[in-house]
Design a protein around this ligand. Structure first.
Ligand code: PLP
Length: 354
């Protein structure tokens, strides 16, 4: 169309945010684009999206729409903390490794206390250790815990694990935040309701990711304890997260939630990850670094195998622990994923012969 498709590429599995916008989100954007409505969130689309979240979570939660995940996490954590507080997270947490200090910046200095972890999961034991390490005036006071569901390495906390963490938080007087940049993938993986994975397990605040679920952009910040949301609208505005044409952030959620696309998209992505993992599992010379529980597959292979795969034109990252990460999205093409698996197997076989 008018040469406007010049920039499109063959599918790659470097990240789940390489994908475009799914039809349900796109159609809702288009519907929202017909005519005028009031600005700054005082519009029917935003009200309807917030109601759709309340229906999905089966509770009267407070819902806010922001542009991206870094903003969602940072502002949610800032709303739980004073500047002299601390937030417990795991060493692989996005808030620690990939947000450029935004959680500390937006909370005016609340310190992240980082727990070493094996599989990117926090444990009640690690939380207790960090929270009780010091209680003197010279150390920031532990106030909140943040977990990523699914984790940065595609692992999923079970409901039992979530409950155990939340119980420990309650005992220690800590609030529990969930970074759900891929929340839908975790729901699809556990086959549980969004309510069960959050407030029914003891989560106080959730950041629900839209971009990796099939939207252009946008994350929802959901407060199950509504008292914690006090003045959150002002915090969003001050942080430049109040969209004047809010309907274009909120309408896609209406499309995603009312149609069920949020879950179908995640199920498709998870299925592609499982299929890809099954194709490459058992190949001599390579190993799956993690069990595949959501939409990520981490492959351990010698550097020359990964270099050869890059040379064949495949993009992927090795920034988490050195393994090659492949991410699957709402529109991942199973045949393209099969081609990747075949290339990976050929590169591994060639390296063994060399
Ligand atoms: C992608 C991602 C985010 C959000 O990142 P933004 O680029 O700021 O939208 C947050 N947490 C995790 C675990 C992510 O993978």
């Amino acid at each position: 169309m008018n040469g406007m498709d010049e920039g499109s590429f063959e599918q790659q599995f470097g990240s789940d945010n390489y994908a475009g916008i799914c039809p349900e989100a796109w159609q809702a954007m288009e519907a929202a684009n017909r005519g005028h409505v009031t600005s700054y969130g005082d519009d029917p689309w935003t009200a309807r999206a917030a109601d759709a979240f309340r229906a999905l979570f089966e509770t009267a939660c407070e819902v806010y729409f922001v542009f991206n995940g870094t903003a969602a996490n940072s502002l949610a954590l800032a709303s739980l903390c004073q500047s002299y507080h601390s937030v417990i997270c795991c060493d692989q947490a996005h808030v620690e490794t990939d947000e450029c200090g935004a959680p500390e910046f937006f909370s005016n200095g609340s310190k992240l206390l980082v727990a070493a972890s094996a599989a990117g999961k926090l444990t009640p034991h690690a939380v207790r250790e960090l929270a009780t390490k010091r209680s003197d005036i010279h150390y920031p006071k532990a106030r909140a815990v943040t977990i990523t569901q699914p984790t940065e390495t595609g692992r999923v906390y079970t409901l039992k694990e979530l409950k155990a963490l939340a119980d420990e938080c309650r005992r220690l007087g800590l609030l529990l935040h969930m970074d759900g940049a891929r929340f839908a993938n975790a729901c699809a993986s556990l086959g549980c309701s969004p309510a069960e994975m959050t407030w029914k397990s003891g989560v106080d605040v959730l950041c629900f990711g839209g971009a990796k679920n099939g939207m252009a952009m946008g994350e929802a910040v959901i407060f199950f304890d509504r008292a914690l949301a006090t003045d959150f609208d002002y915090r969003c505005k001050q942080a430049r997260q109040l969209a004047s044409k809010m309907r274009f952030l909120s309408a896609p959620w209406v499309g995603m939630l009312e149609s069920g696309a949020w879950l179908r998209n995640a199920e498709h992505a998870n299925r592609c990850a499982k299929q890809f993992a099954a194709r490459v599992a058992g190949t001599p010379g390579i190993e799956l670094a993690q069990p595949v529980e959501a939409n990520a597959v981490f492959v351990e292979a010698p550097p020359d195998v990964l270099n050869k795969l890059h040379e064949r034109g495949w993009s992927f990252y090795t920034f988490i622990g050195g393994a090659a990460r492949f991410m699957f999205a709402w529109d991942s093409d199973p045949r393209r994923a099969e081609a990747l698996a075949n290339d990976l197997k050929e590169c591994a076989a060639a390296a063994l012969l060399a």
